[in-house]
Design a protein around this ligand. Sequence first.
Ligand SMILES: [Cu+2]
Length: 68
Amino acid sequence: METKTFQAPAIHCGHCTKAIQTEVGELAGVTAVSADVDTKQVTVSWEQPASWDTIKNLLEEIGYPPAS
Ligand SMILES: [Cu+2]
């Protein structure tokens, strides 16, 4: 399993974090996702068939691109 923590600068309220948790959480292979409004920090854990690319692409699609 892999875990990554990153900033998503577009996060501005609890709705944003909820959207991220719901959308990313529905990706096949994602085992955990948490997002924090104050720090704009997101932590995602995943295993196959998910990959950092699929997670990053989804985040870009829903409007919360990772900062790095
Ligand atoms: Cu918001």
